[in-house]
Ligand binder design. Structure first.
Ligand code: OAD
Length: 229
């Protein structure tokens, strides 16, 4: 089976009702990222940080996978599909994808502030000040904040190097190291980008751009991949 690596960003979940970050109504055009998604924000105002992630977690419980997530999950019938996502939602998993690597963490999980290996599934949407890990320290969202390391990036790099086909969906490719993954793919590997606003600056060998929303674009792409099997 050919190995497809799919790098996804917030755009794939937009049709599920979750906001992206850098579109006109995106989260970082509405809120100050420095106040909500940095270690400094957590140290100075943890209540506000928790409120932000609780709000997003609550929305996630109300959201459902959209056709783009579902079609990608079904692609496993024909290909060995590895998803690498920057998203903290679990919509790929809920659509049925079996191999999902999260680069920026997972919204439904929390972890200890003294031991990063103590990661827990949160029951429900609300994490509060005073919720403690088994070592007695405050729990924090299990997400990567700006200025923090991306622990899974080395695994992602090696996955990308072994791709037969590489697909990018719904990411502005502005945040590194995730955005740099595209440059680890061999020049001769077919690449596809699905994004309604993909810019003309994407000059990469063997890259086909599909300027559609994720659900429509993924349909076009998957039809083409299956036809060429
Ligand atoms: P961005 O908000 O930067 O980019 C979203 C991309 O999705 C843009 O290129 C849009 O054109 C595209 N888009 C919008 N609607 C779409 C749709 N219906 N179908 C397909 N594409 C659509 O989001 P990311 O690139 O994911 O990190 O952002 C990267 C990281 O920045 C996030 O993981 C997050 C954020 O800060 C952390 O929180 C660590």
């Amino acid at each position: 089976m050919k190995r497809i690596i799919v790098l996804t960003g917030a755009g794939i979940s937009a049709e599920s009702g979750l906001k992206t970050f850098r579109d006109g109504d995106g989260l970082w055009n509405t809120y100050r990222m420095e106040d909500l998604a940095t270690p400094e924000a957590w140290n100075s105002n943890p209540e506000l940080v928790l409120e932000f992630y609780n709000w997003r977690r609550k929305q996630l419980y109300e959201a459902e996978p959209n056709p783009a997530h579902i079609v990608l999950a079904k692609l496993e019938q024909h290909f060995d599909v590895q998803i690498i996502t920057q998203n903290v939602d679990d919509l790929h998993e809920r659509a049925g994808s079996t191999k999902v690597l999260h680069l920026h963490g997972e919204l439904k999980k929390v972890r200890s502030t003294v031991d990063p290996d103590l990661v827990y599934e949160l029951r429900g949407w609300e994490l509060k000040l005073g919720d403690l890990c088994e070592k007695g320290s405050q729990l924090r969202p299990h997400v990567v904040w700006f200025g923090e390391e991306v622990p899974n990036i080395m695994i992602a790099n090696s996955m990308v190097r072994n791709a037969d086909i590489f697909i990018v969906i719904g990411t502005s490719l502005k945040v590194y190291p995730a955005a740099g993954l595209l440059y680890y793919v061999s020049a001769n590997v077919p690449k596809y980008l699905v994004d309604p606003k993909a810019g003309p600056e994407m000059v990469i060998k063997n890259l086909k751009i599909i300027r559609e929303k994720a659900s429509a674009g993924v349909h076009v792409l998957v039809d083409e991949l299956i036809k060429n099997l």
